[in-house]
Ligand binder design. Sequence first.
Ligand code: MOS
Length: 753
Amino acid sequence: MSATDHFFAMPTHVIGKDIPRVDGRAKVTGRAHYAADNVFAGIVHAYGVMSTVADGRVAEIEAAPVLALPGVLGVWHHENFPQLHRSPNEMKSGTRVGEVRPPFEDDRVYYAGQFVAVVVAETFEQARAAARRLRIRYAEAKMDAPVTLGAGEDARGAHAPEGHEDERHGDADNAFTAAAVQVDATYTTPVEVHNPMELHATVARWSGGKLEVHDSTQWVVGQRKSLAAVLGIDAEDITVHAPFVGGGFGGKLFLWPHTVIAAALARETGRPLKLVLERRHTFTTVGHRPETRQRLRLGATTDGRLVSLRHDTWSQTSLVHEFVESAGSTSIAIYGPPDATVTHRVVRSNVGTPTPMRAPGAASGTFALECAVDELAIALKQDPVELRRRITSFDRDRKKNLPWSSCRLAECLNIASRKFGWERRDAEPGSMREGGEILGWGMATATWPAETGEAHVRVQLRDDGTARVCCATQDIGTGTYSVMAVTAAEVLGLPVEKISVVIGDSSLPTGPISGGSMVTATVVPVVAQAARAAIGSLLQTATASGAPFAGQNPDAVAWDAGILRASDRAAGGGDSARGVAFADVLRSQRRAGVDGEAKSGDNAAEKTYSFRAFGAHFVEVRWDPALARLRVARVVSAFDTGRIIHRKGALNQIEGAIMMGVGMALLEESVYDRRWGRVVTDNLADYLVPVNADQPEMDITLLDEPDPHIGEFGAKGMGEIGITGITAAIVNAIHHATGRRVRDLPVTVEKLL
Ligand code: MOS
């Protein structure tokens, strides 16, 4: 029996239980320190000056009047900024960046809101005041630079991106033409912005050629390597700290200009330096979810067999960097009939470089796909749940042609539809009324890859009776502290309060990026192994000469929830019979602690299985035609994300993602001014996000069944899956309420009138 089987069979004592967030108290009492909370003696403040044109050149910067202002230490721009380098921009080597062009590389302006200068002053207010007075003259500034995809399939300059080959199986076009029932529909999604609560911020300090960076980042290890590449110094000379991050959603995965600027100017000024982006800056210079256009063609037989699928996608990228929103990435995997085609095209625009945003590709892609499946159900006069039961590939990934490692999507559909009361649905749009309101019921499938990355974990058993778990990953609000603490507590048999978790520091043993929903699945098995290795070290110490179990074979001493006992009680008397607390063993040997370490290995099962998480959303909207009021009233969802490690954090991820889906469906849209290419909704008054009053009633079921192949305990990640499918479920419900099929997000009430 392998260790894995053993743990599946065991009832857990803290894993999956209702344990409060271990970092909750620090957060609500203000003891949790975020990047911008770092204040050092002599710190100076930088403030960005952003381009007001979307295309052109910086012709002149009138620095002299600004340099004379109180407290101003300098104005930097393309003519005097310290020399920088380009990062290799590879995920594998940890050098992937948000924008390959380093700030101030030349005088070119590629988008409105690009850094064109930065002012450093003694105080934040002085820096901001000076930045606002800096006059910049542009040359060759073009009006009407392209900032949107443009209409039509032959969208201007669309090209096939590198590394995204068209997927062509059989002959989708012929099969479509021959299909008895056809859906051919085009959907669009606008630019969306991550808008984490915590603004992007960097505090940089140099001493003796070493750089210390406090950064709001989802990847301390990557930030260190990419920053080293850009600054042209050794990664060993940089330490990146991010013990707490107030949300990222993808916007803080990679290195963006402000972090580079803070590090370079801290060196230049010889002072610790802080750079906090204003909210409006975060609409342009730290990535966004790009605009997409997606054409779905589904062909079916009259009895509802899917015979053709074609998903063609176009998305925006910038002029300086190619980012692909892989909106077609799930379609074939889940539904792929033998005749299927998926294509991705990108269009360069004068906008900041897009970046992953929560479930990149899938949030936008499942919107189009799951709406198209709903349209197909209507065309077939079939129930959309029944149709999904018929066309979903529940046994294997049809893109990779591998069996799923586990897939309980059918149960998700069954459980959520039953709890929702779907059987009472009258399929006729507008037919379900309650008082003055019309009820709309819609549903969709959710799915996201269940990936794992690399981790190296150290668990230390300490002479104060606690255990410390260390890894250079980070908690971006998603519950990683709690996940690691309960895993260590589970294996060690110690109370969760006795576990401290140290993460968010690039000098710790390497850990995964907080992206792609892979931290939990990556670190849980490695924390467990490292905890057992620490027990092994302790047993060695306990049996050394002069120790409580001196002379005994370590194998003959058992760890029992922090107490060591001789397995064969007869072998010794006294201590060995009574049991000795591990802290006493350490103290008796004058040891502060012992370590156990473990590293993730390659998961060989990846060659034989495809790993994915699954779920289903059922949504009730209420439409009041007299008031033109639309609300998402109720969401019932069920998820198969493997074993649940930290229940509260897990539910919180799904609830938060559903809320983000409400925003995506009804509210969120970055609007660009066509003449100057500026974002006009660059604040939280104009860029609408859902608030507490928009929160639907939620009923979330977590199946909590371990995946047998992903690693010990069988946990799949769940940071992103909740936002997949939800937008389609809402839009499908709106169709059911109103009879209107809106294919362009967000569904504002104007589109329903
Ligand atoms: Mo996620 S978009 O990988 O932070």
